[in-house]
Write a protein that binds this ligand. Structure first.
Ligand SMILES: NC(=O)c1ccc[n+]([C@@H]2O[C@H](COP(=O)([O-])OP(=O)(O)OC[C@H]3O[C@@H](n4cnc5c(N)ncnc54)[C@H](OP(=O)(O)O)[C@@H]3O)[C@@H](O)[C@H]2O)c1
Length: 360
């Protein structure tokens, strides 16, 4: 039963997917809500469910196309007119678009996507952040993506918009560091929502590995409440992808993502060779090993003992990661892979040095 916090969360994109799951978490925790999306009929039904299931006291529904000029200003004006103080802003509404940039995708849809994913997120943040700073209190959650840190052929403009969201968010975190206002970026891997259907990417390989939107929303919610700068939901596997994105050559990442974003193979199509797949897996294992080694070096003896246990149990997760990476390898990665493997071998040598240092 809702005890009511007296606080209000405004969630864009609350009519489905991750946004809807986030709205539910706020409702369960006693927040009043402002729900924004185009489908106000869906939002009205959701409001009824929240009121009856969780006793939510105040729910304001704003049906608005956020890909239109000054949409954010209009939402802000409606909120102010109702004298609502927004304590938490969630910029979730976003769309993708699938296809080759030069020849396949439609400019009008691309323009609308940039408007929604970039302009509106920026303007919403500007308007509500100003008021939060005046009160020296507030929280913002921005929906970025693992694609924020990975070049993504066949979804090039979408990935560009999410790179903007992530970079923008991390810059603001620094600007806000001496205040009580926090801003958090949520970077999900592919998630089981209507996103890929709407983007025209429903038959791509990446849709074979989607994760649960309930888990993604909970990870984002917890990170937001804790005032963290970012969160990558999905445990060790997605953390490995994140680390890999920071250190692997961009052209290698682009080739891997090109394969992930390609159409699912026909049953008779040739699968990638085992040796190549193991090579890429080896690269990931090395990177994960470096992260673990650095962590190990900087911990107390007691923590080191715990760490050794964790390393052992991480073995299973790592092998899951490796087998999932097998699916992403294509012939076009071969050249880039040779470079990566050579670099990985150098890193292994350095890692062994560090291990010897630790042992000494
Ligand atoms: N699913 C994934 O794999 C994934 C991974 C990483 C990041 N994300 C990000 O997560 C966010 C939520 O996506 P999702 O996966 O939950 O997809 P979704 O189920 O399709 O939800 C998208 C939400 O955005 C709203 N929206 C779309 N266009 C709008 C517009 N022009 N004006 C107002 N609202 C609009 C939709 O509502 P209406 O259609 O009713 O307007 C819906 O509520 C997006 O920012 C997406 O980029 C998704």
């Amino acid at each position: 039963m809702n005890t009511g916090t007296g606080k209000t969360a405004l969630i864009t994109g609350a009519s489905s997917g991750i946004g809807q799951e986030l709205a539910k978490l706020f409702a369960q925790d006693g927040y009043n809500l402002v729900l924004v999306a185009r489908s106000d009929d869906k939002l009205d039904r959701l409001a009824e469910v929240f009121k009856s299931n969780y006793g939510t006291q105040e729910i304001t529904v704003i049906g608005k196309d956020l890909a239109t000029e000054d949409a954010a200003q209009d939402v802000y004006n409606q909120v102010k007119a109702k004298d609502i103080t927004v304590d938490v802003l969630v910029n979730d509404a976003g769309v993708g678009l699938y296809g080759l940039f030069a020849t396949d995708t439609d400019w009008e849809r691309e323009k609308a996507m940039i408007h929604l994913n970039v302009l509106t997120v920026t303007q919403m943040t500007k308007l509500f952040l100003y008021d939060m700073l005046a009160r020296n209190e507030g929280k913002i959650l921005n929906l970025a993506s693992l694609l924020s840190i990975t070049p993504t052929p066949l979804m090039a403009v979408y990935a560009g918009t999410k790179a903007y969201v992530y970079n923008f968010t991390q810059s603001l975190i620094n600007e806000l560091k001496d205040t009580n206002v926090t801003i958090t970026a949520l970077l999900p891997n592919a998630t089981d929502t209507d996103f890929f259907n709407k983007a025209g990417a429903e038959n791509t390989k990446v849709t074979d590995e989607v994760q649960d939107p309930v888990m993604v929303a909970k990870a984002g919610y917890d990170a937001l409440m804790a005032g963290k700068s970012k969160v990558v939901p999905g445990g060790f596997k997605n953390k490995s992808y994140e680390v890999l994105s920071y250190v692997a050559p961009q052209e290698t990442l682009a080739a891997v993502m090109r394969d992930k974003m390609s159409q699912k193979p026909e049953p008779e199509e040739k699968e990638p060779t085992i040796s190549l797949a193991w090579g890429i897996g080896f690269g990931i294992a090395v990177i994960a090993g470096i992260a673990l080694t650095i962590g190990y070096k900087n911990t107390s003896d007691f923590q080191k003992a715990k760490y050794r246990y964790k390393v052992k149990s991480a073995g299973n997760s790592l092998s899951d990661t490796l087998s999932s990476v097998l699916d992403t390898v294509v012939e076009t990665v071969v050249d880039a892979y040779q470079n990566t493997k050579a670099k990985a071998e150098q890193i292994v040598a350095k890692t062994e040095d560090v291990e010897e240092e630790i042992a000494a």
